[in-house]
Design a protein around this ligand. Structure first.
Ligand SMILES: *Cc1c(COP(=O)(O)O)cnc(C)c1O
Length: 406
């Protein structure tokens, strides 16, 4: 692996913070106990570590420690949230948005197998859900609304408090996938009136393979994974104490630095956009200008195929066309097309995810690399005669060096 490849794909995953690694290490060896072993100090020590981590995660959410259930990641948290309440209620109805992560959309689709139904509410041109649409989608049979906090491709932040209020009024459970916002922007499960909330360790500088589900106190879900009865019976299985300790430390770190870090990321993003715009005037920014994750930038480069663009920069720059789960298939992003982009525009878009370990130099180099590549691709397309009206209009003395074949 090249070490001089700049990582700007922090929505796909983040590296473990070194402090997280340090916090995990003892639990692989000396402190290896099983938290369910209640008869000796090894077990007590492990249980203490899990309790601490629960408190740390809960603090970021404004929740109580016992409301935090550990899972293998946000995919599992989403599945528990959506399935356990609905699968024993044939006829139940669920509302999701068009831009949810596949781990929500695909579970919603599978509800049909249990005799349940779902409605997909649209988003506006910035990728935001309108609470009025959620209200309209509700039926007497609706048991749950699942709307993500912020989107993993365009960074748009949804009006959770308004949707939460609506759900409370209709006595409908409210789940949110907060994988991209945990530790990035403030979360308050009470102010937002959220009943269920999913997070993932590896999106917040913790380890892969661990996540959590906030389950509001008093809510009784049907377990999907039965067994030894760990975690109040909701999610059996021996707890991965090293990973949980890591998620706890990741939570402590974000609790301490959320505001400063989000200001820093916003500065880097502004700088990246300014630099790109100075090389490529006229590029379009996807998503909401104000309600947006500080580290996210999603840009459409007209007339440039994003796969071609990625190919030309990939040994030096790690960015992506969209979510890691869909970027391997050469299909336009369903998120961008739900926002009204044409398939062609969607396939001309790149996602930049700036994170904790990125520097000013990183974003400056990235802007230069992408800017030069876009210009080079547009020039070569002009030369091959496949130029679009946009490129044709710029044909002039400067372009003629590349346009000999015309
Ligand atoms: C990454 C991601 C997930 C999946 O998380 P895992 O922990 O990898 O299962 C779910 N939702 C969103 C919004 C994500 O970005």
């Amino acid at each position: 692996m090249t070490v001089d490849c700049i990582y700007l794909d922090n929505h796909a995953t983040t590296p473990c913070d070194p402090r997280v690694v340090d916090a995990m290490l003892p639990f692989f060896s000396q402190r290896f106990g099983n938290p369910a072993s209640i008869h000796h100090p090894y077990g007590w020590d492990a249980e203490d570590a899990v309790d601490r981590a629960q408190r740390s995660v809960a603090r970021v959410l404004g929740a109580q420690a016992h409301e935090v259930v550990f899972t293998s990641g946000a995919t599992e948290s989403n599945e528990i949230a959506l399935l356990s309440e609905t699968m024993r209620r044939p006829g139940a109805h669920v509302v999701v948005s068009a831009v949810e992560h596949p781990s929500v959309l695909n579970v919603a689709k599978s509800l049909v197998d249990f005799g349940c139904e779902f409605t997909v509410v649209p988003v506006d041109a910035t990728g935001r859900v309108d609470p009025t649409d959620v209200a309209q989608a509700m039926r007497p049979q609706t048991v749950m609304v699942s709307i993500m906090h912020a989107n993993h491709e365009v960074g748009t932040i949804n009006p959770l408090a308004q949707i939460g209020r609506l759900c409370r009024e209709h006595e409908v459970l409210f789940h949110t996938d907060a994988t991209q916002t945990f530790g990035k922007i403030p979360i308050d499960v009470h102010a937002m009136q959220v009943d269920l909330l999913s997070i993932s360790g590896h999106k917040c500088y913790g380890p892969k393979g661990v996540g959590a589900l906030f389950v509001r106190s008093g809510l009784r879900l049907t377990p999907l994974c039965g067994g030894g009865g760990q975690q109040a019976g909701l999610r059996s299985g021996t707890l991965p104490v090293p990973l949980i300790a890591g998620l706890g430390m990741a939570s402590d770190i974000v609790s301490a630095q959320l505001d400063d870090e989000s200001r820093r990321l916003l500065e880097l993003r502004t700088r990246l956009l300014d630099n790109l715009q100075s090389i490529l005037p006229g590029i379009r920014c996807n998503g909401d200008a104000d309600h947006r994750l500080p580290g996210n930038l999603n840009i459409t480069f007209d007339d440039v195929d994003s796969e071609t663009l990625l190919e030309s920069t990939r040994s030096k720059l790690a960015v992506s066309t969209g979510s890691a789960c869909t970027s391997s298939r050469l299909q336009p992003s369903y998120i961008l097309t739900a926002m009204g982009l044409t398939p062609r525009q969607a396939q001309s878009s790149l996602r930049f995810g700036i994170g904790r370990f990125n520097t000013v130099e990183d974003v400056d180099t990235a802007a230069r690399l992408v800017g030069q590549s876009v210009l080079a691709i547009r020039r070569s397309r002009g030369a091959s005669g496949r130029c679009s009206p946009h490129a044709a209009s710029t044909t002039g003395p400067l372009e003629s060096s590349a346009g000999g074949a015309r």
